[in-house]
Design a protein around this ligand. Structure first.
Ligand SMILES: CC(C)(COP(=O)(O)OP(=O)(O)OC[C@H]1O[C@@H](n2cnc3c(N)ncnc32)[C@H](O)[C@@H]1OP(=O)(O)O)[C@@H](O)C(=O)NCCC(=O)NCCS
Length: 194
């Protein structure tokens, strides 16, 4: 399999491929989430309708060229965040990113969305690991990786230094291998059966 499914179902969530026609809904969701995203996401300084349209157009291109797979996180068709898988960590790997509208935090939904991306990413041909990277000060992001059983593999200063106001400029990398994920999901499945 060379590209993931365009729609992923994970519990109450549906992740669906971003479409270029999503400008209004994405722009509104970003606008409502700005204060919550700004400490961690450098691109928020340019947020606005034009930036949103560019993001969606880039997402389309990335999907078509297999460089990245961006999804809207939706709950009962309401867009509540964004996530995706990107080929930016070298051969055999995919990097997972996510953000949530603040009204939907604290319920395990980012973890649920990331779990769907892990399962899907590790099914792609030639992919044997996925990673989550975040700034060392962003403990909420790290907690998603920890809850899913990722292993912290690296902490390195970012050469450019902090890029957003909440950051300290240290990149923390977490990794999940295909083998670890298979073991983990088999164990989870066993728990449910028992
Ligand atoms: C990173 C981010 C998506 C994490 O969101 P989150 O709400 O903390 O994560 P989840 O949706 O997985 O929810 C986890 C919380 O729900 C709780 N929870 C409730 N039910 C749960 C369940 N069934 N499963 C897991 N967690 C559950 C957890 O205990 C946790 O709460 P706590 O942090 O108070 O312990 C969010 O903080 C965000 O959008 N940040 C700004 C953007 C950003 O930093 N993105 C990452 C850049 S690297």
């Amino acid at each position: 399999m060379n590209e993931p499914a365009e729609v992923l179902i994970s519990g109450e969530l549906e992740l669906r491929r971003w479409r270029t026609g999503d400008v209004d809904v994405l722009d509104r969701t970003i606008h409502e989430s700005l204060d919550h995203l700004a400490p961690w996401m450098p691109w928020t300084v340019n947020a606005g309708r034009r930036h949103t349209a560019e993001f969606l157009s880039r997402s389309h291109e990335e999907w078509e060229t297999g460089q990245g797979f961006g999804y809207a996180i939706t709950s009962q068709t309401v867009v509540i965040g964004s996530c995706g898988l990107w080929r930016r960590i070298g051969p055999g790997g995919l990097d997972i990113g996510y953000w949530l509208h603040p009204g939907w935090g604290g319920r395990g939904l980012a973890t649920q969305a990331a779990a769907a991306l892990v399962g899907q990413g590790l099914r792609l041909t030639g992919v044997d690991h996925v990673e989550i990277h975040h700034d060392a000060a962003n403990s909420a992001s790290g907690a998603v990786a920890r809850r899913l059983g990722f292993t912290e593999v690296e902490r390195v200063p970012v050469p450019e230094g902090p890029e957003a106001p909440g950051q300290v400029g240290i990149d923390v990398a977490w990794r999940m291998t295909a083998e670890q994920w298979t073991t983990r999901t088999a164990r989870e499945h066993g728990r449910r059966v028992i």
